[in-house]
Write a protein that binds this ligand. Structure first.
Ligand code: ATP
Ligand code: MG
Length: 550
């Protein structure tokens, strides 16, 4: 799956041309997250795109934290982002912070002021917004727009020295209030924010706006192809204006692609943070979260995520990807790798009345029926076993081939057993089955005497390891996207189901991140946080089958 040649896309074509024409000598890309939350699967698409593009052309990729908004940013996020990028399998060339360049950005703002291309505005943010005009009507020029260069220099310095409170002054570009592109109507370059910054501490009380900072960062780092999502398309003229008017030596270019959207999935850090803050989930790495850390904890592998990102490709127009496609890739990745074992999620005790008391035999079981190289293991079998509660029915409907009184089934890797009697408690619940087994029918013995229609899984009771199983459904019940404010009201109350059951003894000491295919149940991952010695917790990654094929 990994070996698949990366398919072509429009950005790759641009890079190929730029190298051929000599416009660039080396490809330099960057992944520029804002450290205000954990990365999600949408970011994975951007990470794969940037790193794989540079890799393919033997170029470089920087990891750059776009930390220009001190109020929302935190080192916890910085660390998690680094971990996630590494885990996905990528190595950055340079590790940078936008805040490393605050000094240079300030100097570049001075260049603009001296050229008469920036001015300090006394208007409030609301006033500035209200006078911006609309798509059809031009905006109004600020009454402070024609201040002298000297006055602007002095005021900007005063902003920097902390002489103004938050919101009292801003530095604005002086471009064109009548521009059809609203982003060119004297956009704000700097604002006053008296806040502690995770990297620069209290050194600054003015911070550059993202749209001003980003092109400067790219130019400073010598980025050749600055790839971002489509929302920034209308920002491109301002991006180019900043690079040009700030007289940056290196001229980077911005290219836009469509962001990833997945069905049934909230994909915005702001909303994911809300889920965490309101404790609707167990942190950023809750396996129900579409975060990289959540997917990792659920049991996704970097290989599966990379293959998924490659498959969805890079488009110029919006679409919504079926989440089953992501599931397809983890099944593909684990199919031949995961040990295939048995787990009983909702146990029902079965006594095999004709099996000798006190005897245990060890049966041969293949580890992966599709990959013989994984060899065999031995599993115990004795008089008392557990089967799945819903593999028995007292009054089964037609075509029910599992256990019911008088019926015979095959126990995977073991024998045929026949249900003789169901024992009920005072309330009429079945609490135990009495069965008999036929020693002639041992798995692998070549028995052909008769056939049974059902094969069920089981775990030997005296050797069984108690385990917890966590089954997931989408966090958001319906299939609507993230429009509308009430997404917290649409949470699926059944997104997590917790069951206590048993696994085979060989899985007793499995450690966090180990992955298994449980016969008939799907793929599971050992939860790295909540598993205890002798009591593993298994997160279901995905069930066995899907109707979806790519
Ligand atoms: P969110 O809206 O989820 O908070 P963001 O765009 O604000 O995401 P950033 O930290 O600014 O998050 O994003 C870092 C990079 O990841 C940007 O280049 C951005 O374009 C890209 N990115 C973010 N979300 C997606 C997505 N859903 N699909 C593809 N790329 C994305
Ligand atoms: Mg952002």
């Amino acid at each position: 799956m990994e070996a698949k040649t990366p398919s072509s896309n429009f950005i790759k074509n641009i890079v190929t041309e730029d190298l051929a024409s000599g416009k660039v000598r080396e490809v330099v890309t960057r992944f520029p997250p804002e450290p205000n939350g954990y990365l999600h699967i949408g970011h994975a698409k951007s990470i794969c795109l940037n790193f794989e593009l540079a890799d393919e052309f033997k170029g470089r990729t920087n990891l750059r934290f776009d930390d220009t908004n001190p109020v929302k940013e935190d080192t916890e996020y910085v660390e998690s982002i680094k971990e996630d990028v590494k885990w996905l399998g990528f190595e950055w060339d340079g590790l940078f912070f936008a805040s490393d360049y605050f000094g240079e950005m300030y100097e570049r703002a001075l260049v603009l002021i001296r050229k008469g291309l920036a001015f300090v505005d006394d208007q409030t943010a609301d006033q500035i917004r209200e006078t911006r005009g609309t798509l059809t009507a031009p905006g109004q020029e600020s009454p402070y727009r024609n201040r002298s260069v000297e006055e602007n220099l002095a005021l900007f310095q005063a902003m920097r020295e902390g002489k103004f409170a938050d919101g009292e002054r801003v530095l604005r570009a002086k471009i064109d209030m009548a521009s059809p592109n609203v982003n060119l109507r004297d956009p704000i370059l700097y604002r006053v924010v008296h806040a502690h910054h995770h990297n620069t501490g209290d050194e600054w009380c003015i911070y550059p706006m993202y749209a001003f900072a980003h092109p400067l960062e790219d130019a400073i780092e010598g980025v050749t192809h600055s790839i971002c999502t489509l929302e920034f398309e209308d920002q491109r003229p301002f991006y180019d204006w900043v690079v040009r008017e700030c007289e940056m030596k290196w001229v980077p270019h911005q290219y836009e692609f469509a962001r990833l959207n997945l069905t049934n999935t909230v994909m915005s850090k702001r909303k994911l943070k809300q889920l965490v803050d309101e404790k609707a989930v167990d942190g950023w790495d809750d396996p129900r979260m579409p975060t990289i850390s959540g997917l990792r904890r659920k049991g996704y592998t970097p290989e599966a995520i990379r293959a998924f990102c490659r498959e969805i490709g890079v488009a110029k127009s919006y679409g919504i990807v079926d989440e089953r496609m992501l599931e397809h890739f983890i099944r593909e990745d684990l199919k031949l790798k995961a040990l295939r074992t048995m787990a009983v999620l909702q146990p029902l005790k079965v006594v095999i009345t004709n099996y000798p008391e006190g005897q245990t035999e060890w049966l041969e079981a293949e580890n992966n029926s599709e990959n013989p190289e994984m060899g065999n293991r031995e599993i115990p079998f004795s008089r008392v076993i557990y089967i799945e509660r819903d593999d028995f029915m007292d009054n089964p409907p037609p075509k029910y081939f599992r256990l019911f009184p008088g019926n015979e089934v095959r126990l995977k890797h073991a024998y045929f057993i026949k249900c003789e009697e169901a024992i009920q408690d005072a309330d009429g619940n079945v609490i135990e089955l009495r069965c008999t087994y036929d020693p002639e029918t041992k798995s692998g013995s070549g028995f052909t005497g008769r056939k049974v229609k059902g094969t069920i899984h089981w775990v030997d009771a005296s050797h069984a390891v108690p385990a917890q199983f966590r089954l997931y459904e989408p966090l958001i019940a319906d299939n609507s996207d993230e429009e509308g404010e009430s997404f917290l009201d649409r949470l699926n109350p059944n997104s997590l189901e917790v069951l206590e059951g048993f696994v085979e003894p060989g899985m007793k000491d499995s450690s966090g991140g180990d992955k298994f295919q449980f016969f008939r149940h799907g793929y599971f991952n050992v939860d790295p946080k909540d598993s205890a010695p002798g009591h593993p917790v298994f997160n279901r990654i995905v069930s066995l089958k899907s109707s979806f094929e790519v």
